[in-house]
Design a binder for this molecule. Sequence first.
Ligand code: HSE
Length: 305
Amino acid sequence: MEIKLFCPATIANLSCGFDVMGACLDHVGDEMIIRKSAQKGIRITKIEGADLPLETEKNVAGVAGLALLEQLDVDFGFEIEIYKKIKAGSGIGSSSASAAGAVFGINELAGRPFTRNQLVAFAMQGEVLASGSAHADNVAPALCGGFTIVRGYDPLDVIEIHSPDELYATVIHPQIELKTSEMRAVLKPEVALKSAITQWGNVAGLVAGLYQSDYDLIGRSLQDVIVEPLRGPFIPKFSELKAAAIQSGALGSGISGSGPSVFALSRGKQIAQKVAEAMTETFRTTQIPFEIHVSKISAEGVRIL
Ligand code: HSE
C-alpha cells in the first residue's frame, strides 16, 4: 500500500558528456513516501525541506508520475510525500531525484510493469517542467544507478555502465542557485569541429576507462572544451576548486550538471576525502556557505528504504 524511497542525487555531464553522461551518488538524496489511494490520479500531499508547488501539474514529481500513470491501467490513485534534502538549482539533480522517485514508486505499487530503464522516459517529463529541456542525464542515473549514457534521445536509448569499485566522488555545493534553464541559455548552439573532435574523443575515453576500470584513462577523459568554458565563470572559485582537487590527487574535476556544484572523481575514499579538505580550504575564503559530500558511486539508483 505504501513505500518509502531514497531518491539519490546525481552528477550529470561528467565534464565531456553534456546531456549524455551521468552518475549516481550513494547517500546524498531526498526521501519520498508514495501510497496507493482510492481516489484516482496523483496528489502531492506534503513537501518538507523546500518551497515547491503542491499542485500535481506544477510539481516535477507530479508531472513525471502523470506521464507514467497515462500508460497504466489501474483503478486506484497515488499520494506522494516529498522530503527534500537536495536544494533546487544545486547541480546535483534535485528535480530528477523527485521525478525518478515518483515514477519508481508508482511503478512498484502498480506491480512493476516497467523496468527502471523504461521509466527514464517518464521521469524526463519532470525535467521539461523544471528546466524547459528534456534531458535524461540526471534521471537515468537516478533510476538505474552507476554510470549511464544516453546514447540517443529519439528514440530514447539509455545504456547502463557499472562503476569501477574504487571510484569515489567529491562534490562541493556552494549555496547559491544557478537555474539550469539560465545555464543552458549561456551555451552556444554551434560547436567548432575541432572542439567536437576533442569532446567525443574524451567521451569515448571515459566510457572505455569505466569499462576497463582504467582510472588514469577516466582522469584523462574528464575534460570539457565546450560547455565548461561558458559556465565556469558563473561559479565562484571554479578554477581554484578544480586545481585544488587535482593537486590533492583527484583523477579529474568539473562542473556537476549545470552547476554551481563542482565534482571530482578519485580512486579510493581516502583521496576523495583529501580532495574534500582541499576544496573546503579553497572555498572557505569566499564566505559563501557550502556543503561538501564524499560518496561512492551507487550501483542501485532509487531504492526502497
Ligand atoms: N545536462 C544538463 C545541463 C544537466 O548541463 O544543462 C542539468 O542538470
